[in-house]
Design a binder for this molecule. Structure first.
Ligand code: HEC
Length: 152
């Protein structure tokens, strides 16, 4: 049996990676603690008054409103956090889109990260879309124990 080889593709890949590395500063992952615990706590309060009536007290959603957990975080993953920040700023709360101040949006996004088991860190999340382009939304890796233990 003849083994197929893809080695011809490697020099090109390595060159492409080097080019990317030289062009942009390394992105920061949400797994590294990109918001502060205080910020998320403030976000929880805002969530309760501005979002929970539709998305649910436990972010569980309803039949007409998406949950803000699990598949939600997967939907926005592998993309800059600015995508989620911009969406919330522009489209939510659905009855008054655009009514959140930038720091309120950042607090709520911090709370959404915390609620999806992403760690807090020493610094608050910047309330600025441009700065969030460098933050990659990466979900917490699914762990066997989290799968095995039922939520309720
Ligand atoms: C009046 C009800 C309502 C309120 C209040 C509301 N939302 Fe939503 N939200 C929705 C609906 C409905 C959708 C689905 C919209 C769509 O699919 O176009 C949605 C979608 C979203 C999404 C995208 C979900 C996904 O799976 O991609 C996010 C994030 C979100 N809302 C965040 C918020 C936040 C944060 C607040 C509070 C500031 C908020 N929403 C307040 C009704 C609401």
């Amino acid at each position: 049996m003849r083994r197929r080889t893809l080695s011809f593709a490697l020099p090109l890949t390595a060159a492409a990676l080097l080019a990317i590395g030289a062009a942009a500063p390394a992105p920061v992952s949400t797994l590294k603690g990109v918001y502060s615990a205080d910020q998320a706590a403030a976000g929880a309060q805002l969530y309760a008054t501005r979002c929970a009536m539709c998305h649910g007290k436990m972010l569980e959603g309803t039949f007409e409103t998406p949950a803000l957990q699990d598949r939600f975080i997967a939907n926005w993953s592998k993309a800059p956090l600015s995508d989620l920040y911009d969406y919330v700023a522009r489209a939510m709360p659905q009855f008054a889109p655009g009514s959140l101040k930038p720091d309120e949006t950042a607090k709520i996004v911090a709370y959404l990260l915390q609620s999806n088991a992403l760690p807090a860190g020493p610094q608050a999340l910047p309330a600025e879309s441009a700065a969030l382009k460098r933050v990659m939304l990466e979900p917490k890796p699914a762990s066997v124990s989290a799968e095995a233990v039922p939520k309720k």
